[in-house]
Design a protein around this ligand. Structure first.
Ligand code: DAH
Length: 343
């Protein structure tokens, strides 16, 4: 390399200034970039020639070529920005591109109405100090019937037509099957709720389904009274329904409670005038409840002289129907997207 390297460096710079300016698309610009700064590029080649210079020339030469490289890099970056911006402008001006068209909406999944209400209930009960438990849908004859003071000869078995399975097992007909499980697994005193699917072998109509949902509540303590039970039921109904509801209390018979009650609520579908959901009664049985029968406490390993309790079985499916104005229980588990998409 001669002493006229200044001219060489200036010539390379001028050539790339022109090539960068005349690169009309990003691919062409990329080729200029490789030709200048790539491993075999001209600017890179200039850098390598520093070794051929006299020692006194190396410093000014290095500064000049380094400056050139910085200038070329900056020019390429600027050109790339302006080409990209031009591309975007051209897209926006394209008559076939309509930026006012709505985008492609993504469909999001959502919870089933039964899950929505179940979670709300569990929140309410958690805030009232209840544990939230979960028990199997396949249970034993003992847990579902015997332990609940319903021996095999008892006529109450006919009230709950049962899907029997092999080996003395069954599909639980009510969440009450969890009561003695809870008594065995939790230390008294305790309060717990357990929700889930229950099964009845029966014909279906607008208010009956072979598979539906219940929430069971159980509180075990010393000195539990009916007054306590009623007060708790009132508190939880107003928390759950989030509005004033008209309720009525009747005596009700269930072998596992004594005394037992039926807490009815006025039908929200028809406002009490009678419809297919309430079977023209104007009222819906929503919350059967009572004081836990001593035989059930015994089956759960608790001494009835020391412990008492109250229990309720809430019709979760019915509650969902009332909350959302669903007139036919079969819609809940029917799987029709036209129904489910409304929630
Ligand atoms: N297990 C009953 C049923 O499914 C409902 C029930 C009644 C539950 C009274 C209770 C209760 O806990 O105390 O029909």
């Amino acid at each position: 390399m001669t002493a006229s390297w200044q001219a060489d460096v200036a010539a390379v710079g001028a050539r790339f200034d022109a090539e960068i300016a005349s690169a009309t698309d990003l691919d062409a610009l990329r080729q200029v970039e490789v030709a200048a700064l790539g491993r075999k590029g001209d600017v890179t080649a200039l850098m390598k020639q520093i070794g051929t210079l006299a020692a006194t020339e190396r410093k000014p030469y290095g500064a000049a070529v380094g400056g050139l490289r910085g200038r070329v890099e900056a020019a390429i970056a600027a050109r790339r920005d302006s080409l990209t911006a031009a591309l975007r402008d051209a897209e926006l001006e394209d008559a076939t591109f309509d930026e006012t068209l709505p985008g492609i909406a993504r469909r999001r999944g959502h919870l089933h109405p039964l899950s929505i209400v179940q979670r709300q209930l569990e929140d309410v009960f958690t805030s009232m100090g209840f544990s939230v438990l979960d028990y199997p849908e396949v249970d034993s004859e003992f847990n579902n019937f015997e332990a609940l003071n319903i021996p095999s000869w008892h006529p109450a078995r006919d009230m709950q037509d049962t899907f029997w399975l092999a080996g003395g097992h069954l599909l639980r007909t009510h969440t009450s099957a969890g009561q003695v499980r809870a008594m065995h697994s939790l230390q008294a005193p305790f309060r717990a709720v357990f929700a889930g699917k229950v099964y009845r072998y029966e014909a279906t109509d607008a208010s009956h389904e072979h598979t539906f949902h219940q929430v069971e509540g159980l509180m075990i303590d010393r000195h539990v009274t009916v007054g306590h039970l009623l007060d708790s039921m009132r508190t939880l109904l107003s928390a759950i329904l989030e509005r004033e509801v008209t309720v009525r209390l009747r005596p009700g018979y269930f072998p596992f409670v004594e005394p037992g009650f039926e807490l009815d609520i006025q039908c929200e579908i028809c406002g009490g005038s009678g419809c297919s959901v309430c079977k023209q009664q104007g009222w819906l049985e929503l919350l059967p409840c009572g004081l836990v029968h001593p035989n059930v406490l015994r089956a759960g390993g608790l001494d009835p002289n020391e412990w008492q309790g109250w229990a309720f079985g809430l019709g979760l499916s019915r509650l969902v129907m009332m909350r959302y104005g669903v007139a036919d229980i079969r819609l809940l588990l029917g799987g029709d997207p036209r129904f489910l998409e409304q929630f």
